[in-house]
Design a protein around this ligand. Structure first.
Ligand code: GAR
Length: 201
């Protein structure tokens, strides 16, 4: 069993997909859910599933280094050996990458390297792209930049709004992220430079 801490900032539908994936084919234990904001829906989802949930409030730190240290300590105290970012809208500092090398995953609602950072769905629509998608990647020191593990395209349809497109992207996220985390947890992913291979065991 790989023990993960899931980092959240908001609604937590990706967290819910991980909670719902728990079972025999999912060699992952969610030992902690950590939010940078109090009162978000994701915390309620964790509690409803009996998972310890805690807040490491960005507003109390306002310093990336100290905030990162507090997140790492909370995750390690809970017994986590990997961090899973699920709609976590803060940038972790270098200490997190050092303490969890190649053990931090993120899901992003665009086909990286297109549209990194915030408002990725809105910017894809504004740019007029015909295809966007979902990227799952390891986290490195740069924002939305680390080695890509999986990507899946999603077409932008005529008349799409941010909401309608994001809803279709999230359907993909909810299917793909648990699969990728299961592969990661079972040791099926190997990294060579920027390239991630899935090796069946
Ligand atoms: C997800 O769509 C995720 O890809 C995105 O935030 C949403 C969170 O939804 N993450 C980013 O934009 C990170 N740059 P959720 O809270 O319902 O899982």
């Amino acid at each position: 069993m790989t023990r993960i801490a899931v980092l959240v900032s908001g609604n937590g539908t990706n967290l819910q997909a991980l909670i719902d994936a728990r079972g025999e084919a999912f060699p992952v234990e969610i030992v902690s859910v950590i939010s940078d904001r109090p009162g978000v829906r994701a915390l309620g989802r964790a509690r409803a599933a009996g998972i310890p949930a805690q807040v490491v409030a960005w507003s109390e730190y306002r310093d990336r280094g100290l905030f990162t240290k507090a997140i790492c300590e909370a995750a390690e105290e809970a017994g986590a050996t990997a961090l899973v970012l699920a709609g976590f809208m803060r940038i972790l500092g270098a200490e997190a990458i050092e303490r969890f090398p190649n053990r931090i995953l993120n899901v992003h609602p665009a086909l990286l390297p297109a549209f990194p950072g915030a408002q990725a769905v809105e910017r894809a629509i504004d740019h007029g792209v015909k295809v966007t998608g979902v990227t799952i990647h390891f986290v490195d020191e740069e924002v939305d930049h680390g080695p890509i593990i999986a990507q899946e395209p999603v077409p932008v349809l005529p008349g799409d709004t941010v909401e309608s497109l994001h809803a279709r992207l999230q359907e993909v996220e909810h299917r793909l992220y648990p699969q990728v985390i299961a592969d990661f947890a079972s040791g099926s992913l190997s990294i060579e430079g920027r390239t991630v291979w899935r090796t069946d065991r």
